[in-house]
Design a protein around this ligand. Sequence first.
Ligand code: FES
Length: 63
Amino acid sequence: MYVCICNEVTDREIKQEASKGACSMKDLRQSLKVATTCGRCASCAKGLLKEYLSVSSVELKAA
Ligand code: FES
């Protein structure tokens, strides 16, 4: 699903960046340019990043 229409960024790309170490909106802005045009996607992108980071930390704890 597209999260950022302006820069054609999908939820899958955000998840990939999180798995590569992105841990902030600053990281996503630098790598994917998400939320750098109109900014309407910022809260959605931030929520997804937070969700992916919490899932991966649960996975790490379980391992
Ligand atoms: S929808 Fe992401 S910057 Fe416009």
